[in-house]
Write a protein that binds this ligand. Structure first.
Ligand code: SAH
Length: 424
């Protein structure tokens, strides 16, 4: 029995719901002008296409979904239980276009990383990472080419932003990797979990991400339970509220600091949606659906920045308040992530002993707290290290390169200075 069931008073949210009106949509790439890419469609879209456009029965849509997502067949001629007529119609009106593998790289710890080329230009590419662990296989999926949010500790931010990924490009990451792994939904389960924690802010690409997550959770798609598909956000409150009503997926929130002053320095979006509003939205998320039993809070530990005992105490306090607001036991789970460095960053990973001390303060306060082990270190596949090829449309990448250059000139100056001293 879930903790929700234990408390009948939780059916209505005590916090008023505010829906999105102030989010400007980001540019979306136009779909292929002539043929429909079937990878862009979830079950509802497929049924509509087969009935409306092709004049076929619904179950044909289901057959084709199985060919694509269970057997990885993209050529209609290979779909042998479809009649000749239907195959010809499909050739004329539809296609199955998957991302192309630019390269893939296994890590010594079993983690595997792919760089996948996206779109007809083929110049943009994103990274996708598979992380096998005892009894589970997690895929970390990207939602945008680059990211526009500019969090100060994330390497994606240094690459700038190009565009949203289409549904086909998001589910295409699952398709390519599941095929490589020999995954057969409901039979050979190599892929048990998906986390939207790759490049990009998924809630700024809401429709495509939700559609792709529908396919992940559909038996005709990858058959994952809703609680095994996690959307991670830096805290776009209005879209979190919308998501809470429209899907059943699990929610992770990138918190990283327990007070607005510090969080504002790390995550610029905090100035628009400060912690109190964010936590209220998390409570609404939890309470909007009885099947949900917690929200995960991600907290990347950076030496001397957000890793002091005082921060742990403030975080414990936030979690206590969250528990009170929701009346759900263990409503907030904390995931501590040791900072993963990348070229040009000034942040440093907190030492192991301090990480344990930080965790202990939270555990002693009764907060469920895990330390996430760093995986795929040798192939730069860890959290926050994902890099694609971003044709940057902002000035961020140019600015970042300039700062790197300035830094290396300064470092050279410093070392000349030091060597002079050493010689003296
Ligand atoms: N935009 C979404 C999803 C992408 S980031 C979000 O912010 O949640 C996935 C997770 O990795 C986030 O929690 C992010 O804050 C964290 N992360 C980013 N850079 C990191 C780094 N250098 N080291 C460790 N974690 C990092």
């Amino acid at each position: 029995m879930s903790s929700h069931d234990d408390n009948p008073q939780q059916t209505a949210s005590p916090i008023p719901l505010k829906l999105a009106t102030d989010i400007a949509p980001l540019p979306v790439v136009a779909a292929s002008a002539r043929k429909q890419n079937l990878l862009d469609l979830d079950r509802a879209g497929m049924e509509q296409f087969f009935v409306g456009k092709l004049g076929e029965q619904k179950f044909r849509a289901h057959q084709v979904m199985k060919w694509i997502h269970h057997r990885y067949v993209t050529d209609f001629d290979g779909m042998t239980d479809l009649g000749k007529n239907l195959r010809a119609k499909l050739q004329e009106h539809a296609e199955v276009v998957v991302p192309n593998v630019v390269f893939d790289k296994p890590s010594s710890d079993g983690t595997h990383k792919w760089l996948l080329g996206m779109g007809v230009d083929g110049k943009n590419a994103v990274e996708t990472v598979y992380i096998p662990d005892k009894g589970r296989g997690t895929l970390c999926v990207s939602s945008q080419v680059g990211c526009g949010l500019n969090c100060s500790f994330c390497s994606t931010a240094t690459q700038g932003f190009n565009r949203n990924l289409t549904t086909a490009e998001i589910i295409g990451q699952v398709w390519v990797t599941a095929k490589h792994l020999g995954n057969v939904p409901a039979q050979i389960r190599r892929l048990t979990n998906v986390v939207m924690m790759g490049m990009g802010e998924p809630l700024l690409n809401y429709d495509n991400v939700v559609r792709a997550m529908n396919i992940m959770r559909d038996d005709l798609g990858y058959g994952l339970a809703s609680k095994r598909v996690t959307l991670s956000t830096s805290g776009l409150v209005p879209m979190m509220d919308r998501l809470s009503l429209e899907t059943e997926v699990a929610l992770a929130v990138s918190l990283h600091a327990p007070n607005d002053e510090l969080r504002g320095q790390l995550i610029p979006l905090n100035k628009k949606y400060p912690i109190a509003e964010l936590m209220a939205s998390c409570a609404r998320y939890l309470l909007a659906n009885k099947k949900r039993d917690s929200v995960t809070f991600e907290y990347t530990l950076m030496k001397g920045v957000n890793d002091q005992p005082e921060h742990a105490r403030q975080l414990a306090q936030l979690m206590r308040k969250f528990g009170n607001a929701t009346q759900v036991k263990d409503a907030g789970k904390v995931n501590l992530i040791p900072f993963n460095p990348f070229p040009g960053t000034n942040y440093v990973r907190t030492e192991e002993a301090e990480i344990r001390a930080f965790q202990k303060i939270l555990l002693d306060a009764g907060v469920l707290t895990m330390v996430r082990r760093t995986r795929g270190d040798d192939i730069d596949a860890a959290c926050g290290q994902l890099k694609g090829q971003v044709l940057d449309k902002t000035r961020r990448n140019a600015e970042f390169r300039k700062s790197l250059q300035a830094k290396s000139v300064q470092d050279r100056g410093d070392s000349t200075h030091e060597s002079k001293h050493a010689a003296a």
